[in-house]
Design a protein around this ligand. Sequence first.
Ligand code: HEM
Length: 108
Amino acid sequence: GMGDPALGAAVFKKCQSCHQVGDQAKNRVGPQLNDILGRTAGGLEGAKYSKSMIQAGKDGLVWSEDTLDSFLESPKSLVAKTRMSFRGLKDPEDRANLIAYLRSFSNG
Ligand code: HEM
């Protein structure tokens, strides 16, 4: 994608009540999101997940730009019983910018 990470930092404010990124990032309500690109869904040791997120990972869901775009647009459309209570981001540019921001905390 061609997102702008600086603009994505502002979009990430919608995630910060539940998620952290960066050097000091810890698991909170949601898992920390460092190295999210390439992570198997439900696969971070020490984080709390729903059974359906863990199952999605076992079924092969890996976080890529495409799968993140889909999940962030409509979480329950991708993982029906996810316990991530977030309505979703309808604006494709917001999603692209946010994913670019998350990529800046990923090595993959
Ligand atoms: C899971 C991203 C907003 C709570 C996840 C996952 C991602 C993600 C990528 C899967 C992580 C993994 O498999 O390790 C985001 C982004 C957000 C956002 C980018 C903002 C646009 C929120 C908000 C909350 C939340 C606002 C709390 C109200 C959770 C929870 C999970 C989760 C509880 C685990 C879901 C489950 O196990 O079913 N999030 N999230 N997230 N998120 Fe979010």
